[in-house]
Ligand binder design. Structure first.
Ligand code: TYM
Length: 335
C-alpha cells in the first residue's frame, strides 16, 4: 500500500524554527489523519562538503529531535537503510532533463557555497543530481501529498515533471503527480537578516534551534532586525512581518491580534513584540527539551525501533522498485 503523505529532512545539524514551523509541525498534525512516512535523508547531506565523522551522530540526533517534537517513531525511516532510494534515483535520472537541473535555484546557491567551503572550487555532481534523489525519495512511496516549506516548491515541480515523463514513455499512469502542502509559515526568515530564509547553511546567527536554551532564544529574538532601512511605502518590513509570523505559527493568536492593532495605530513597541515572540518560543522549546531528555535515557531501544520502522517502510519501496523495473524493461529478482 502506498503512503498518503511523504516528506523528509536533512541531518545537517539540529532542527530550527524554519524547519519546525514550515514543515515538521504540519507533519505532526497530518499523522492524525493520514498514513505518513518521514525520512531523515543522509544521502542528501553528502552533496555538500561534510564531516563524515559527524554524519551518523547527526542522523541519530535528528531522529531523537523529531520524536521529541511529536513524530511517531513508526513513521520514521533513515534513507541510507533503504537502498532502493539510490536505485530509483538512477532510473529517474534517465527521465530528468539535464538543463532543468542546472536551472534549479538551490543548485545555483549551493554550488557557489560548495565551491567556497571546499576551498578548492569543488562542486560535486551529487549536488546537481540532488533533486533527482529527492524525486526518488518521494516517488518510491507513491504518496498524494508532500508537506514542505516554500523553498522546496521548485523541487516538487521537477518531481511532477519526472513522474509525467516516466508515465508518458511507459504508457502508464503509475507514478503519482504529487501535491505540495504548505503551512502559513512556509517561509520563516532569518531574524539576523530578514532578507534571507532561516537556514543552517547561512551560519549560526541565521537560525534559532528548536532545542536552544531560554537565554539563547531571548538573545536571538532581542537582536532581531525589525527595520532593514528600506523604503517600502509604509508596508510592514520583512523583519516585523517575520516576528508576527512566528507569533502566529506559535499559535499565540490573541496576543498577535492585540499587537497587530497596536501596529496599525502606530503604538507598537518592537521590544514588546520581541518579548512576546521570545516567550512563545521559549515555552515551545522548553517542552521539547524535556521530552528529548526523557528519550535519551534509552538510546539503544530507540535505535532498534527506528531500524525496525525503516525495514517496515522499506517494503513499499521494494514494491515500487519492482514495478518500476518491470515497466522499464529491466531485470527483476523476486523479493
Ligand atoms: P531541509 O532539510 O532543508 O528542510 C526540511 C524542511 O524544512 C523546510 N524549511 C523551511 N520552511 C520554512 N521556512 C524556512 N526558513 C525553512 N527552512 C527549511 C523545508 O522546506 C523542508 O520542508 N531537500 C529537502 C529535504 C528532502 C525532501 C525529500 C523533502 C529530501 N528529500 C523528499 C520532501 C520530500 C531539504 O533540504 O529540506
Amino acid at each position: 500500500m502506498p503512503k498518503e503523505v511523504l516528506s523528509a529532512i536533512q541531518p545537517t545539524g539540529d532542527m530550527h524554527y524554519g524547519n519546525y514551523f514550515g514543515a515538521v509541525q504540519n507533519w505532526v498534525k497530518l499523522q492524525e489523519n493520514y498514513d505518513c512516512a518521514f525520512g531523515v535523508v543522509d544521502y542528501h547531506a553528502m552533496t555538500m562538503p561534510y564531516d563524515h565523522k559527524k554524519l551518523r551522530n547527526n542522523t541519530w540526533e535528528l531522529i531523537t529531535n523529531l520524536i521529541a517534537v511529536g513524530i511517531e517513531p513508526g513513521n520514521l525511516f533513515i534513507q541510507s537503510l533503504i537502498p532502493e532510494h539510490t536505485e530509483l534515483t538512477w532510473i529517474l535520472n534517465c527521465f530528468t532533463s539535464y538543463g532543468q537541473l542546472t536551472r534549479m535555484t538551490q543548485f545555483k546557491d549551493k554550488s557557489a557555497k560548495s565551491s567556497e567551503d571546499s576551498g578548492e572550487g569543488f562542486i560535486s555532481s551529487g549536488l546537481l543530481n540532488y533533486p533527482v534523489l529527492q524525486a526518488a525519495d518521494i516517488l518510491l512511496y507513491r504518496p498524494k501529498y508532500v508537506p514542505v516549506g516554500k523553498d522546496q516548491e521548485q523541487h516538487l515541480e521537477l518531481t511532477r515533471n519526472i513522474a509525467q515523463r516516466f508515465n508518458a514513455q511507459m504508457g502508464v499512469n503509475y507514478l503519482p503527480v504529487v501535491e505540495a502542502l504548505f503551512t502559513p509559515a512556509s517561509k520563516i526568515r532569518s531574524t539576523a537578516d530578514p532578507t534571507k530564509k532561516m537556514s543552517k547553511s547561512a551560519g549560526e546567527k541565521h537560525y534559532i534551534s528548536v532545542f536552544a536554551d531560554e537565554a539563547r532564544i531571548r538573545k536571538q529574538i532581542r537582536s532581531a532586525v525589525t527595520d532593514t532601512g528600506e523604503i517600502n511605502d509604509g508596508a510592514m518590513s520583512e523583519g516585523v512581518d517575520n516576528l508576527f509570523g512566528l507569533l502566529a505559527a506559535a499559535k499565540k493568536m490573541e496576543i498577535h491580534g492585540t499587537l497587530m492593532e497596536d501596529y496599525k495605530n502606530g503604538s507598537l513597541r518592537y521590544a514588546d513584540l520581541k518579548e512576546e515572540v521570545a516567550n512563545a518560543l521559549v515555552e515551545i522549546s522548553n517542552g521539547f527539551i524535556a521530552k528529548k531528555q526523557a528519550l535519551n535515557v534509552d538510546k539503544k531501544a530507540l535505535k532498534e525501533q527506528i531500524k525496525q520502522s525503516s525495514s517496515e517502510i522499506r517494503k513499499i519501496a521494494q514494491e515500487t522498485i519492482r514495478e518500476v523495473k518491470e515497466l522499464s524493461g529491466l531485470m527483476n529478482v523476486r523479493f
